[in-house]
Write a protein that binds this ligand. Structure first.
Ligand SMILES: Nc1nc2c(ncn2[C@@H]2O[C@H](COP(=O)(O)OP(=O)(O)OP(=O)(O)O)[C@@H](O)[C@H]2O)c(=O)[nH]1
Ligand SMILES: [Mg+2]
Length: 459
């Protein structure tokens, strides 16, 4: 063994020279992040269902195992608990996530190519970070003053769920209102209640994102403010809320981008396209805007402060994945993929995005259904069958997605409030019991393709 070899194996023993890919997993609330990470990791540990990941199919990946993650202050993604929930004898969906979490999966790979055999085994660490997409959307607040942000919010929330009580409270405010903490808290609580309801109704532009998932910051001044009108601008209340707004930006938003976002190499953005289609054209329109906003966070020519944080680092690949494709018969999958790809293309134009490679894909992290044909009114409908949350079995046909995505996207852009040719249904299926087989991960749809795009080139 030569000197460099010795040094090399020593470094490797210390884990110093092993390459690391940091994969960010994001998406708006309930998009499917937790299920995605659980399935991805389980299917990389047991690769029997991953033929579309070349390095798994051809044996380049020799072994995979979980390791303690390198960031001591970030909670670990609770993989074992989530996997047990999804695949146990009494399977159920995991609870919503309350904070950023992280997991390290290490892969032992045999390098390919002419000299691959000579180089020996290599270890590659995949650090997976789960963070809420709502926090990325806070990026747009960074360039706004309190007055500008207030004006934008007040401009768009009229008519949205839960907005009226807040707007009424705002209307009753004395323009010279002094500052007292209990009224500040009431106003902020009323605004936060509206954010929750708007988010649940499918609105994606619900800033400040941390109001929805406060974690340990709950009740702190940086999370206790609300938009105010121009008429208030001379009041002590306004001055204090403006100060808190600035604190939110510098103490909440900026550290998130510095500590988590800035180090990401590859990103997957999960989008519940079917859920938005079901909710109607305004939700689809909101989702498109959110996709453009998310992309703009990854734009190389982004705002000055972010450019400063990131230096020359950049995300190399971004996957926009439409989740829960197991609600559709496979005959409809190309149409779902076409819709998310069209939305992505448009978001790229809107965000003036160049740089990373992007792709749109229709996936299901956990397949809960089987396919069947329903005969109805003399027609054969390509449907899926699964177990409902109450334990009953049901066959389900969600409606036919259009062949041309424009048939959905155009009316949404034109401000339609409902679809002209009928509705699209969604149904909540429960995970199927006991789906694990030795050597296989949980059943999925195109998770191997997703993995190939995200990390395949590095294996
Ligand atoms: N049928 C089906 N449903 C899914 C799939 N992935 C997620 N879901 C559904 O979507 C819900 C949310 O999934 P999660 O993975 O918890 O979503 P999340 O993005 O982590 O949600 P938060 O942590 O609350 O932001 C689940 O409870 C399921 O009902 C899938 O692959 N197939
Ligand atoms: Mg989650």
């Amino acid at each position: 063994m030569g000197l460099t070899d010795t040094a090399d194996s020593l470094m490797r023993g210390l884990g110093l020279s092993d390459p690391v890919i940091r994969l960010g997993v994001t998406g708006l609330s309930r998009a499917g992040k937790t299920v995605f990470i659980t399935s991805l990791v389980a299917n990389l540990l047991d690769r029997g269902r991953m033929p579309g990941l070349r390095a798994a199919a051809d044996g380049t990946i020799r072994a995979a195992w979980l390791q303690p993650q390198p960031d001591d202050t970030v909670p670990r993604f609770d993989f074992e608990r989530h996997l047990a929930a999804l695949t146990g004898p009494d399977p159920h969906w995991p609870e919503g996530t309350r904070h950023v979490s992280q997991l390290r999966l290490s892969l032992r790979v045999q390098p390919r190519g002419l000299f691959g055999g000579l180089r020996g085994m290599q270890t590659l660490h995949l650090d997976i970070v789960d963070y809420p997409g709502e926090w990325l959307l806070d990026l747009r607040m960074m360039e706004l003053s309190f007055a500008q942000w207030s004006a934008q919010v007040l401009d768009r929330i009229g008519g949205r769920p839960g907005a009226q009580p807040f707007l009424d409270a705002l209307g009753r405010l004395d323009p010279q209102a002094g500052f007292d903490e209990p009224s500040a808290q009431r106003l902020a609580a009323s605004y936060t209640a509206h954010l929750h309801r708007a988010r649940d109704a499918g609105h994606a532009d619900t800033t400040p994102g941390r109001f929805l998932l406060p974690g340990e910051l709950e009740g702190s001044p940086a999370l206790t403010f609300a938009p105010l009108t121009e008429a208030q601008s001379a009041s002590p209340l306004y001055r204090e809320f403006r100060r808190r707004f600035d604190a939110y930006k510098s103490r909440v938003v900026r550290p998130f981008f510095r500590d988590h976002f800035a180090r990401i190499d590859r990103q997957v953005v999960l989008v519940d396209v079917l859920g938005a289609i079901h909710a109607g054209p305004p939700a689809v329109q909101d989702m498109r805007r959110a996709m453009a906003d998310i992309l703009s966070a990854f734009r190389p020519g982004r705002a000055g402060w972010l450019a400063q944080l990131l230096g020359t680092r950049r995300v190399e690949r971004i996957l926009f994945a439409a989740t829960k494709a197991d609600h559709l018969h496979h005959l409809q999958h190309p149409r779902l993929a076409a819709i998310v790809t069209a939305m992505l293309r448009e978001a790229r134009d809107r965000a003036d995005f160049q740089g990373a490679r992007t792709e749109g894909l229709a996936i299901a992290a956990l397949r809960t259904t089987t396919e069947e044909t329903i005969h109805q009114d003399g027609e054969d409908l390509p449907a899926v069958r699964g177990t409902l949350m109450d334990g009953r079995q049901a066959a389900f046909y969600p409606g036919e997605l259009p062949e041309n995505p424009a048939a959905l996207l155009a009316p949404a852009a034109e401000g339609a409030t409902r679809w002209l040719d009928g509705d699209y249904a969604v149904m909540n299926f429960a995970p199927a019991p006991d789906t694990l087989r030795p050597g296989d991960g949980p059943p999925h749809i195109r998770m191997d393709r997703a993995a190939e795009f995200l990390i395949g080139d590095r294996l």
